[in-house]
Ligand binder design. Structure first.
Ligand code: GPW
Length: 831
């Protein structure tokens, strides 16, 4: 049953999928679901019921698409990519699905006729926050593009019961509350008990000696847990291909602990249930720090093993026990090292289960995996204590040792007798505690390794993995990140999208380079006015939201300056804060100080255990409180920290931004993707030459971006000669005054020193992210931005050119890069 009939290069038009549902049908379906699925009616239904009935009506149609897609992939026996990621930051699905199906406007009208407002009821949806930040959101953009490009793909991850914590701000401090996104059910997911997998854990390995002299290994696990898959349909733009995101929930296995149960240990048996179910209970909230926790390794193994079994089951259905075509049919992309344990797991299956010999198994394995690196930060490079590995996955550790042993022979062949290089490249780090380095395992076990922006990939080659690059010069490569323009322009900024449609046609969401067509209107006064009117309306809208959420009044005529991202020292929210304090001080010293009114908006979650990050949030809130209530300056300056930053809040902030803060220390931000979203929506970047900012600057032109600060080379030079933050503190009166201000009780009346930890980190702490070194340059760039904004025609032109020149950063382009250079997939059209 393997008919290969692949159609290439099929064209598609926007929202073309055979007008699935008209308005009357939609109305009927929604009312039917109110009655038959929800047991209510048009008079009693609240917003939540209307939302659910609307989703159920659309889901019927989505599931048809899913069925057709799966059939088509099966009949064509397609090669598929399997995107393994511990995080998928999906956000809300309703608006996205309606847009991608081409049903948004009809649904809006249908509901209107029923007396219901679509925008209002969509607020009922909880974000699917199964990720921390950029890495998880990238995975979500990628699966959107994969479906849009009609590529056979499955996303695999964890079905966390609690996603990223909900952030509250109390007296300026972050409080974490559990996120319960599924409390009232998720209308978009389908439970698939027919595809449950059993996953072994713990136990010991038995060595067996066969009659033929064959030595084999048998893992006797101590526990078995069940993996229950939940499928979330992923609707491509145009609505034809509907792929799936398959997320695994852990459950106690049925036969697990019957012994205990039968021996009268009913309560203990329940205890085991709780343990098994703990695995998918909660997302680790640490962004860019390896946790080193046993449960985290179990999570990683659990979802990787479930997913591999799922893939192998599907492969065997078409190819039986013939493994020779496995790596032709299956490519697995590892989203960072979190799923890297899939490499020894596949080896285990091939050797211990399928009884292939090592070399054959390795030849399959090393043609199957590809690995994306997302960071150079040492604290984010995952390492596991070998002892922990041995306890949880004893057979996998043996396999890793064998992979390493054979790899060390290769290193010896390249660098004979060079132990220093061996130590560096070894998967095993020797020391007080032996560690398993997941990055090295991933490079060795993959056929391709990529960084996520040009500069980042260059640094991966030069600084992180230079010897690997020497051994395999073609393995390391770059794929610059991207974002889906469907969510990040069409859906989140409908007014701008319509303006663009009117100017250049409506197929830009599929061909983002067409936005270039806007450039010819960049000088057109009428277009500038229309463009800036939409920005102003979006700002008015956000101002209302800000008032509702915080009680702070902000003026849409002010510059909206936005920094939204996880709170991290390397992202330097505190550099932004020092500059805000400097502006405040200048205004106090000189009430005539001429700046255009500005509102600084922040959105950021700190990892619960990251003390300094939480201190920075506290400092931002305390400075905000003081400034916002100071009548001497609050017509010129406001500071807002919006609590609980998440995808759905980003969708409201980004269309309203004038300035985008992308101010990481050069060399630290692998790519960034918020930078792309903001620029696409006409915000101008104030940024360093870091990550994708460099490529954004290349695209928009130096005259349409405010670049400042040390370059990667300058940071290196400064480090080599010895960086001393006191040089800057002692020699800049304003900087000194602002830092000293943090020691006073000016912002924290009655609590002097409450903000001192920030100052300490930037002085005695050595200022690891060179905030002080970049302060003057940053402040100058901000002054230029202020000046540019005062010339409204100039600003409008710059904003338009930002939108017009973002074509490169569609995630469709990223996916095409992966397809052509790494995955070698062929699109499969769905009838
Ligand atoms: F540490 N990124 C992230 F590399 O959001 F694993 N979380 C993470 O844990 C890591 C990276 C990890 C981000 C990068 O910081 C950002 O620069 C990049 O744009 C994004 O991943 C997607 O590639």
């Amino acid at each position: 049953m393997t008919t290969k009939s692949i159609k290439r290069g099929t064209k598609k038009t926007v929202g073309s999928s055979s007008t699935p549902l008209n308005k009357a049908e939609l109305k009927a379906a929604i009312v039917k679901h109110l009655h038959c699925s929800l047991g209510t009616d048009e008079n009693k239904a609240n917003n939540h019921a209307w939302w659910k009935a609307t989703c159920a009506s659309v889901q019927e149609h989505v599931l048809e698409g899913l069925r057709k897609t799966q059939k088509s992939h099966y009949l064509n026996d397609t090669r598929a990519v399997h995107y393994f990621s511990a995080e998928f930051l999906m956000g809300r699905l309703t608006s996205n699905n309606l847009h991608n199906l081409g049903l948004f406007e009809q649904t809006e009208k249908a509901l209107n006729e029923l007396g219901v407002n679509l925008t209002d009821i969509m607020e009922e949806e909880q974000d699917m926050a199964l990720g921390n930040g950029g890495l998880g959101r990238l995975a979500a953009c990628f699966i959107d593009s994969l479906a849009t490009l009609d590529l056979p793909a499955v996303g695999y991850g964890l079905h966390y019961e609690h996603g990223l914590f909900r952030q509250e701000i109390k007296n300026g401090e972050q409080i974490e509350r559990p996120d319960s996104w599924r409390d009232y059910g998720n209308p978009w997911e389908i439970c698939r008990p027919e595809s449950i997998q059993d996953i072994p854990l713990f136990g010991y390995v038995e060595t067996k000696y066969g009659e033929n002299g064959r030595v084999s290994k048998e893992w006797h696990p101590g526990h078995i847990v069940k993996g229950l898959p939940w499928d979330i349909p992923v609707v491509g733009y145009g609505g034809k291909t509907v792929n799936v995101l398959r997320l695994w929930q852990s459950q106690a296995s049925d036969y697990f602990n019957w012994d205990v149960f039968n021996a009268g240990g009913y309560v203990d048996a329940q205890k085991e249930n709780v343990q098994a179910e703990t695995i998918s209970k909660v997302l680790y909230p640490n962004d860019e720090t390896e946790a080193g926790k046993e449960l985290r390794l179990i999570q990683q193994y659990f979802f990787s093993a479930c997913s591999l079994k799922d893939i192998i089951r599907r492969y065997k259905r078409a190819h039986g026990d013939d493994w020779s075509r496995f790596s032709e049919q299956v490519v697995i992309q590892l989203n960072d090292t979190h799923p890297a344990v899939a490499i020894p797991e596949l080896m285990r299956i091939l050797i211990d289960r399928a009884e292939l010999d090592w070399d054959y198994a390795w030849s399959i394995c090393s043609k199957t995996f590809a690995y994306t690196n997302h960071t150079l930060l040492p604290e984010a490079l995952e390492k596991w204590p070998a002892r922990m590995f041995e306890k949880i996955l004893p057979r996998h550790l043996e396999i890793i040792y064998e992979i390493n042993h054979r790899f060390m022979d290769q290193v010896e062949a390249v660098w004979p007798g060079n132990n220093a290089i061996k130590q560096k490249l070894s998967i095993i780090e020797e020391g007080a505690e032996k560690m398993v380095r997941m990055g090295n395992l991933s490079v060795i076990g993959s056929f391709a390794v990529n960084g996520v922006a040009e500069i980042h990939s260059a640094l991966v080659k030069k600084d992180l993995f230079p010897e690997f690059n020497h051994m395999w010069p073609d393995k390391l490569t770059n794929v610059t990140n991207g974002i889906t323009p469907r969510r990040w322009l069409k859906a989140c900024n409908p007014a701008l999208s319509q303006l663009i449609d009117g100017k250049i046609g409506n197929d830009w969401p599929l061909h983002l380079h067409k936005l270039q067509g806007l450039a010819e209107f960049a000088d057109d006064a009428k277009f500038q006015k229309q463009f800036m009117k939409i920005k102003h309306d979006n700002k008015t809208q956000l101002a209302k939201e800000v008032f509702t959420l915080t009680g702070v009044e902000i003026d849409p005529n002010a510059i909206f300056d936005v920094q939204i991202k996880r709170l991290h020292e390397y992202k330097r929210q505190h550099l932004n804060l020092l500059h805000i304090m400097a502006l405040y001080r200048r205004l106090l010293e000189n009430p005539q100080y001429d700046i255009h009114p500005r509102v600084f908006l922040f959105g950021a979650k700190a990892a619960p255990g990251y003390k300094l990050a939480k201190d920075i949030i506290y400092a931002i809130n305390k400075v905000a409180e003081k400034i916002n209530n100071d009548p001497r300056v609050n017509h010129k300056l406001k500071v807002v920290f919006l609590p609980n930053y998440r995808v759905s809040l980003a969708e409201k902030m980004i269309p309203a931004a004038d300035i985008s803060e992308q101010i990481s220390t050069a060399g630290k931000e692998a790519s960034g993707t918020g930078n792309m979203k903001l620029s696409l929506n006409g915000a101008l970047t104030v940024g360093t030459l870091d990550g994708a900012n460099i490529e954004i600057a290349e695209e928009v032109g130096d005259e349409n971006i405010f670049i400042f600060g040390l370059t990667v080379d300058e940071v290196e030079t400064l480090d080599r000669k010895g960086y001393n933050p006191f040089d800057y503190y002692d020699n800049n009166r304003e900087l000194k005054a602002v830092l000293d201000w943090l020691d006073s009780d000016y912002f924290t009346p009655g609590k002097p020193g409450a903000l001192s930890s920030l100052k300490r980190s930037m002085l005695e702490g050595g200022d690891p992210y060179k905030v002080l070194a970049d302060f003057v340059s940053y402040s100058d760039a901000q002054a230029l931005a202020d000046k540019a904004y005062k010339d409204s025609a100039k600003w409008a032109k710059m904003a338009i050119l930002n939108t017009a020149r973002m074509g490169k950063f569609t995630s469709d382009r990223s996916i095409k890069d992966y397809v052509e250079r790494i995955w070698k997939l062929v699109p499969c059209e769905v009838e």
